[in-house]
Design a protein around this ligand. Structure first.
Ligand SMILES: Cc1cc2nc3c(=O)[nH]c(=O)nc-3n(C[C@H](O)[C@H](O)[C@H](O)COP(=O)(O)OP(=O)(O)OC[C@H]3O[C@@H](n4cnc5c(N)ncnc54)[C@H](O)[C@@H]3O)c2cc1C
Length: 382
């Protein structure tokens, strides 16, 4: 006897959890299977920024990506207020704003000015007397884009799925909606893989050989302990930020700075030691007044899991592919989770999937919450 559901979702990161919330609200009888820990791989390693498109405008004009992403903050805000498509009223924020600041020579000050002009109306130039202590020169601009405490997001989303989230390993998968999870046969009207790099497992179990996925590596850098938090993008004359910084409280009143942007892209091409030394040098140049010599450093190396793009770039937006009764979903950005869920809802409508009564829960354990990279980092002095 197979356990039977309307929908089985694989993946307990932002994509799987957001989709599960939307489908539960639509009345579907569903379960979510996570193979390891809640919060996944990319979600808890992310910088937690809800982008409103400014970053993409800076990277070369208003692309399709920037146009769609501009609508995202309002959808998330409605959710945070408990009035949106998903109730995220329990989510907490590290910051309500992100800064844009010069990260280089005099030219970078001009770049910040030009960048702020490009996204006019969405940024506010700070008066010099209002600069956070960390900045010794400007111009510094403030963007109203939130930075989330991502564990609180995972807790809020999983909290609405009490008794529906399990830990298990997919062993067999057929395009007609049959699947074996940790030895238990199951079937569903639709199976959804929202499992990041794990979507490759689904494609391989379905015996699909063509390339449908890509991985873009990053080596995020962590440095502690800093007395002040910083959230924002250090702009140079290049389109990508030289560094993107988020800060995470250590509990001692101090912070870990989590560094992305070009520091992480370049770091992915280097050994850990070289990447840390490169990051230290970058930070010395950007913030010469901070004593970086006494700090401790670590890195998180991982992949951004995405649908295949022939040029290897970030795809234009979220993506859903269908193989019979199996959907494969990639948000490409945490920010895009609501649009990904729209696409799933539309596929279910097109495939005529109806909701039915709840059925027996599987005998599987529950997954634990994952850790942030800085909670399991191996720190070193350089
Ligand atoms: C360093 C970094 C920084 C980022 N910063 C931002 C940001 O600031 N803002 C933003 O919008 N986006 C950001 N992103 C992108 C964003 O994090 C990802 O697009 C998003 O988290 C992907 O979510 P996901 O649920 O698809 O994947 P994941 O979070 O990777 O979750 C996938 C889950 O599926 C599980 N899984 C895998 N295989 C299986 C299987 N066979 N069965 C069951 N479960 C399985 C995994 O264990 C994992 O829990 C960042 C990404 C990275 C890597």
């Amino acid at each position: 006897m197979a356990y039977s559901y309307d929908i089985i979702i694989f993946g307990g990161g932002i994509a799987g959890l957001f989709i599960a919330n939307r489908l539960q609200r639509a009345g579907y009888n569903l379960i979510l299977i996570e193979k390891d820990v809640l919060g996944g791989v990319q979600t808890l390693a992310s910088q937690g920024m809800i982008h409103g498109g400014q970053k993409y405008v800076l990277q070369g004009g208003i692309s399709g990506h920037a146009a769609t992403i501009a609508e995202m903050p309002a959808r998330w805000e409605a959710c945070f207020a408990g009035e949106g498509e998903v109730d995220l009223s329990g989510v907490t924020f590290l910051s309500e704003q992100q800064m844009m600041f010069p990260a280089g020579s005099l030219l970078s000050a001009l770049s910040v000015f030009a960048a702020a002009k490009a996204v006019q109306g969405k940024t506010r130039k700070l008066k010099r007397c209002k600069y956070p202590d960390i900045f010794r020169r400007g111009p510094v601009y403030e963007m109203q884009e939130k930075v989330l405490e991502t564990k609180s997001l995972v807790t809020a989303l999983s909290g609405h799925l009490e008794g529906q989230i399990y830990k298990g390993e997919v062993q067999e998968l057929l395009p007609d909606g049959q699947v074996v999870v940790s030895g238990l046969p199951m079937r569903a009207q639709m199976i959804i893989f929202a499992s990041g790099t794990g979507n490759e497992t689904a494609l391989s179990l379905l015996r699909i050989k063509e390339q449908h996925t890509q991985r873009r590596p990053l080596r995020q850098i962590m440095v502690k302990s800093l007395p002040d938090p910083l959230y924002g993008h250090g702009i140079e004359s290049k389109p990508k930020p030289r560094v993107t910084v988020t800060s995470h409280p250590l509990g001692s009143g101090e912070y870990v700075w989590y560094l992305g942007g070009n520091v992480a892209e370049e770091g992915a091409k280097l050994s850990e030691g070289d990447a840390l030394r490169f990051a230290k040098q970058e930070m010395q140049e950007i913030f010469p007044h901070i004593d970086w010599a006494q700090k401790e450093w670590a890195s998180w190396c991982g992949d951004r899991a995405e649908p295949f793009d022939p040029d290897g770039h970030l795809p234009q937006g979220p993506c859903v592919q269908q193989r019979g009764k199996v959907l494969l979903a990639w948000p490409t950005k945490m920010t895009f989770a609501p649009v990904l869920a729209d696409q799933i809802v539309e596929r279910l409508r097109q495939s005529n999937i109806m909701s039915s009564a709840a059925t027996e829960p599987p005998e599987l354990p529950k997954p634990k919450m994952g850790l942030y990279p800085w909670e399991e980092a191996r720190w070193q002095h350089l």
